[in-house]
Design a protein around this ligand. Structure first.
Ligand code: MG
Length: 447
């Protein structure tokens, strides 16, 4: 298996195997050369390898004459917001997102707080490959400063949103079990919830980076959270991934709602406050099509990848958007997936609804999404896509991103992953049986 993935969206790998200090140093020198002189904000999630890699990142940036603003352990969205609000030339977030503990990586962020797009990422890659770094001389090397207010500024920005009524949320005195998987959310989310008057039961909220369970916030990884919600008779369970851009909810019955529902509920809430277009990716649940249609607003779909959704949102002035993996993007804060934002929108929604999260969730139409994958070691991706294209030539096929076969009340989407050496096969249908059958059928075409 490949242990280093270098792509236009950054670098990710297993530390000590593919991902070494040299790789990180090269990439950081390339990024610093690309953005030119000026400030670059650097942050990391809580992984035990984070400090080591941060030293490489900072060395690389200083060497090419960038000044480094080190904001320490923080969620990725906090860093994105800081990149913009501190008027930097860009940012580097040291994280492997939802990947297990042995992984780490870099996410590259532009001065506007958005991830670099494919073209910009390609430029950084080229500088890195050619090693054409713009090294500073002894008088030109950068300075490093520590900045400890980025998280507080992020919290304040969210609580100041005009449609967030802190007092109303406080009155509900929600009891919430919070699973930060010992990731970066630990340094922000317990405090955020308490400021909203919640009675917080902390589950894995020490930022040790030693993940107590698989850190991807999928239902199968949240059994501890589900049990704790029941045990404490909580109103809500909340799970985030290690860099807190993905949010998953657990109902008061101790049942995971599934990540797709996070964004669907957030969209439902926002469209009740502000009418305007919505942007989601090609694999996101069709329940959001129903929600948008009910509100009478346009819905756009893009290729998978936060930057693709974010750019479309900026282009059409969307009021909300995101990805079905629990990634809520609220442009009133910034154009990046933001679990803290998702949490606060959810609590406001729940306070307004005056019922349980289960009842709120049941107020939306139900579809079932199943996700499967094929290891790239077993097949050649383009050949696999060509096979599917031929097999379903007579049906409604969408080529926005890989291939999506769209039927009346269901769809199945086959695409190469940006971050892992796999092909993803995702299907949605009114029942689990139908969705699973679709996944199996398409998988059967390629392996
Ligand atoms: Mg993440």
């Amino acid at each position: 298996m490949t242990t280093l993935m270098v792509s236009v969206s950054g670098v990710r790998g297993i530390v000590g195997e593919g991902l070494t200090p040299e790789v990180v140093l090269n990439f950081s020198q390339a990024f610093g050369t690309y953005v030119g002189h000026g400030k670059v904000v650097v942050g990391r999630d809580s992984r035990v390898t984070g400090e080591l890699l941060k030293n490489s990142v900072i060395a690389g940036l200083l060497a090419v004459g960038c000044d480094v603003v080190d904001i320490g352990i923080c969620p990725t969205p906090t860093l994105q917001l800081a990149a913009e609000s501190l008027k930097t030339n860009g940012g580097i977030m040291i994280t492997a997102s939802h990947n297990p503990v042995m992984w780490n990586g870099l996410k590259l962020i532009g001065s506007d707080g958005l991830f670099l797009d494919a073209e910009q990422g390609e430029e950084v890659l080229n500088i890195s490959t050619r090693q054409s770094f713009n090294f500073a001389n002894w008088e030109g090397i950068g300075l490093r400063i520590s900045y400890s207010r980025a998280i507080e500024e992020h919290v304040k920005a969210i609580l100041a949103l005009e449609y967030i009524d802190v007092e109303k949320i406080k009155q509900r005195r929600f009891k919430v079990v919070l699973d930060c998987v010992c990731g970066a959310g630990s340094v922000m989310l317990p405090d955020l919830l308490r400021r909203l008057g919640c009675d917080v039961v902390e589950l894995y909220c020490e930022p040790t980076g030693l993940f107590p369970h698989n850190p991807e916030p999928l239902p199968e990884n949240l059994s501890g959270l589900c049990a704790a919600v029941k045990e404490h008779e909580a109103d809500l369970g909340i799970a985030v991934d290690p860099d807190s851009d993905r949010l998953a909810l657990v109902s008061e019955r101790g049942e995971p709602l599934g990540e797709e529902r996070t964004l669907a509920l957030a969209v439902k809430f926002m469209l009740g406050r502000k009418k305007g277009p919505v942007v989601i990716n090609a694999s996101t649940s069709r329940v959001i099509e129903d929600v948008a249609a009910e509100a009478g607003v346009a819905l756009h779909r893009t290729k998978v990848g936060e930057i693709n959704v974010a750019k479309k949102m900026r282009e059409i002035n969307a009021v909300i958007g995101g990805e079905g993996n629990g990634g809520v993007i609220l442009p009133d804060i910034h154009l990046g997936r933001d679990a803290p934002v998702g949490i606060v929108l959810t609590l406001q929604h729940l306070a307004d609804f005056a019922g349980t999260i289960s009842a709120l969730n049941d107020s939306l139409p139900n579809y079932v999404i199943t996700k499967d994958k094929v290891e790239l070691a077993d097949i050649e991706p383009q050949a696999a896509l060509d096979t599917i294209r031929q097999a379903y030539a007579g049906e409604n096929l969408d080529f926005t991103d890989g291939i999506k076969l769209v039927r009346d009340r269901s769809w199945v989407h086959v695409r190469a992953s940006n971050t892992e050496p796999i092909i993803r096969v995702i299907a949605e249908a009114p029942t689990e049986g139908e969705a699973k059958a679709l996944c199996k059928e398409l998988k059967g075409q390629v392996v």
